[in-house]
Ligand binder design. Structure first.
Ligand SMILES: Nc1ncnc2c1ncn2[C@@H]1O[C@H](COP(=O)(O)OP(=O)(O)OP(=O)(O)O)[C@@H](O)[C@H]1O
Ligand SMILES: [Mg+2]
Length: 469
């Protein structure tokens, strides 16, 4: 059981102090009393209380002054003011100074209990909200987002700058790079963080349902609309709306989204009344938006509107030096979850992870580490264990060749292996010769000891054109 809540009664009338003390102690509270303002203050500053019952008229210091002192020190305590008849004006002033409630003397047991219960409940709610807010902040604090890489440092910096503003942010990056994580981080670092972020995956609904999900609908707007429903834009007012996979919105809804972004205005389905929202919009996509604009699949005007503050999250293969830290981050997390004690990866195992291409990015790495931990009984994850339990291979084994089952398949695999790898080597060889000879094919061929015609045939085969970069 938790400790009883602590209440302090400050009143110069001994009968009030003792009377209240009896009632409240019977109700399970831990009660102390003070017969003067000065004594009360000493107690407040020496010992934390959950609640103070404070007489507004004390012989030495007024209740208002005590309240002001509590505020100055930013003390976390609820105060209920006790007033006599004719002192209601003071009570109002007390409320302005942060008192939670006031009760007028004489009061009965029920009134006292009710007022105290209300104050303590409200206090618990505030504390719970604060703790939720803190949890959210911790979860999406930059300590929990791994990235020492130069590219990631730039992103953190951008996020810190844009988070407190209401600007629209566009997160671009391949699947699994952390777009949703960053959307949450932006919200957690914004002034809207006391409210829940609302996430909407634009993949989920058909076009017509999407419109009513986003903007809401009126009763009778379509078959099945048996009552008026608010849309996501209304629910996300004063908060952040994360529109994931925004390219999946059809062109008509894209137009409506543009209007919301420009004016904050929209109409719910089946209504002519203009509504307003102040939701902050964060969008994400793993598509090439510019290309979609060129193909007329995404509205150009909306693209420019969304692209005001783009953040490109690079694929994991472009920030390989983050892989060890990420791997250990997930290792620790899954060890905690499963209760296993695995100290870490062997050097060669870590090398495999770093050399892998990670087409599924951080999400894939996370899943791989989770699988390894589930399978492991040892203290360390080594290279052999990785190969035995994972479908990832080192760079020297191309991913696209499946494990052969027959000798013929093995021979075919060998041929394919040689072709892909040899062609990579030959391409680099030709490119280097060209680069070292400023693109002059005759000199490049001469340098490597080839006929010019053979050299240019090979260039054509691999589609090589000389470029300085
Ligand atoms: N830098 C990082 N540090 C720690 N965890 C990360 C990091 N980046 C991504 N993750 C984790 O990887 C997983 C995938 O990230 P997230 O869901 O944000 O990716 P996404 O870009 O939204 O992917 P998709 O396009 O497939 O929706 C999540 O569990 C996320 O917490
Ligand atoms: Mg996502």
């Amino acid at each position: 059981m938790s400790d009883p809540q602590k209440i302090l009664i400050i009143d110069d009338e001994p009968s009030i102090c003792s009377g209240c003390k009896i009632i409240l102690t019977e109700n399970g509270y831990d009660v102390e009393t003070a017969l003067s303002g000065q004594k009360g203050l000493e107690k407040i500053f020496n010992d934390p209380f959950d609640l103070i019952l404070l007489d507004i008229r004390l012989p030495d210091i007024t209740g208002i002054e005590i309240l002001k002192k509590i505020n100055e020190k930013k003390m976390d305590v609820s105060v209920i003011i006790m007033t006599g008849h004719g002192t209601v004006e003071n009570a109002v002033e007390a409320m302005k100074n942060g008192a939670f409630d006031f009760i007028t003397k004489p009061f009965n047991e029920k009134e006292l209990e009710k007022s105290i219960l209300k104050a303590l409940e409200s206090r618990a709610l505030v504390q719970e909200n604060l703790s939720l807010k803190k949890q959210l902040y911790d979860k999406f604090s930059f300590d929990n987002i791994i990235g020492n890489n130069r590219l990631m440092a730039k992103i953190f910096n951008k996020i810190e700058r844009v988070a407190p503003l209401d600007s629209t942010v566009l997160l671009e990056g391949e699947s699994g790079t952390g777009k949703e994580l960053f959307a949450n981080a932006i919200h957690a670092h914004s002034n809207r963080s006391a409210k829940q972020i609302i996430a909407m995956d634009c993949n989920t609904f058909s076009a017509s349902l999407m419109e009513s999900e986003l903007f809401g609908h009126e009763k009778g707007a379509f078959t099945g609309a048996d009552r008026t429903m608010p849309g996501i834009f209304e629910i996300a007012s004063n908060s952040t709306l994360f529109l994931d996979e925004v390219t999946n919105l059809d062109l008509d809804i894209q137009g409506k989204l543009l209007r919301v972004l420009e004016t904050g205005e929209y109409k719910s389905v089946g209504s002519n009344q203009v509504k307003k929202t102040n939701a902050r919009i964060i969008t994400a996509t793993n598509m090439d938006l510019k290309k979609m604009v060129a193909e007329k699949k995404f509205r150009e005007d909306l693209f420019y509107r969304l692209n005001v503050f783009p953040i490109h999250i690079p694929p994991l293969r472009d920030r390989k030096n983050d892989i060890p830290k990420l791997a250990y981050h997930f290792l620790k997390r899954f060890c905690r979850k499963t209760g296993k004690q695995i100290s870490g990866f062997s050097d060669d195992a870590l090398k495999v992870l770093v050399n892998h291409d990670w087409p599924g990015n951080v999400r894939q790495l996370k899943n791989v580490v989770e699988r390894l931990i589930i399978m492991s009984d040892g203290n360390q994850l080594n290279q052999k264990f990785l190969y035995d339990h994972l479908e990832i291979r080192s760079e020297s084994t191309p991913d696209e060749i499946p494990v052969p089952r027959t000798l013929d398949e093995l021979k075919a695999a060998k041929k394919q292996f040689l072709e892909t790898h040899f062609s990579k080597t030959e391409t680099s060889f030709l490119k280097r010769a060209l680069l070292e000879n400023d693109g002059n094919i005759t000199r490049a061929a001469k340098m490597v000891g080839m006929q010019r015609s053979n050299f240019s045939t090979q260039m054509k085969k691999y589609n090589i054109t000389y470029s300085k970069t």
